[in-house]
Write a protein that binds this ligand. Structure first.
Ligand SMILES: Cc1cc2nc3c(=O)[nH]c(=O)nc-3n(C[C@H](O)[C@H](O)[C@H](O)COP(=O)(O)O)c2cc1C
Length: 210
């Protein structure tokens, strides 16, 4: 049996506690070898039917970065318009992406009709492919944090526009736009909590019994 030490168990919880959604990055570059090591998390991740439906696009060129940033700015302006009064003022002050400063930016897609996995588990719930991508991202997020790298998940993006701008196949759906780099600060508290937008639930996760 492969077992894990008590120290490791404690540290694993510390890792989860100190994982943050990071939106403020130092300008320092990320060593490609380190990024590669973190990306190994995808290879180890679970997926429905072993379909491994993640498709990872590195958004590198100035044009692709600019189009992605413009996409975020437009979507964020639309989102702001849905709030009123004090909420709108607070929303306008939030930094909801690190796209202007993150040295590494990845757009992670799901191949919605991949044949890999031979249909296991997706006939009843095809969305399981997307959930597989989400769970792989989570492993990647923790791996990055374990190496001191910050990751910010951006969802305020028009997914179809992004796919078109990056010239990707129609059957790929956007799951996440990830900003990665060295965080400006480390904290135990989510930024949205710090700025008074929303609080983490202080109670233990409740179980609903049936
Ligand atoms: C699916 C998903 C989408 C998210 N989208 C955004 C986003 O567009 N912009 C943003 O600033 N944070 C985004 N976040 C980060 C959350 O706001 C953050 O996880 C939450 O406030 C808790 O903070 P923590 O991750 O630091 O614990 C997203 C997180 C998830 C899991």
């Amino acid at each position: 049996m492969r077992t894990f030490s008590q120290d490791f168990q404690t540290e694993l919880y510390n890792l989860m506690k100190w994982r943050r959604d990071v939106r403020h990055f130092k300008p320092d570059p990320v060593d490609p070898e380190l990024l590669r090591k973190c990306l190994d998390a995808f290879q180890m991740a679970p997926s429905v039917g072993l379909s491994e439906p993640w498709r990872i696009v590195t958004v590198n060129s100035p044009l692709a970065r600019q189009k992605s940033l413009d996409n975020f700015k437009a979507a964020n302006a639309d989102a702001l318009a849905s709030y009123e009064g004090k909420r709108a003022t607070t929303y306008a002050a939030l930094k909801l992406s690190g796209m202007s400063d993150a040295p590494v930016q990845l757009a992670v897609f799901c191949a919605e009709d991949t044949a890999k996995g031979r249909g296991i588990g997706v006939q009843t719930m095809p969305e399981m492919r997307r959930y597989s991508v989400v769970s792989a991202i989570m492993s990647f997020w923790l791996a990055a944090r374990a190496h001191g790298l910050g990751l910010g998940w951006v969802s305020i993006i028009d997914p179809v526009q992004l796919r078109t701008d990056l010239d990707l196949p129609d059957n790929w759906s956007l799951v996440a736009y990830l900003c990665i780099g060295w965080p400006k600060e480390e904290t135990e508290t989510p930024e949205l909590e710090t700025v008074g937008w929303e609080m983490r639930n202080a109670q233990l996760t409740t179980l609903i019994e049936r």
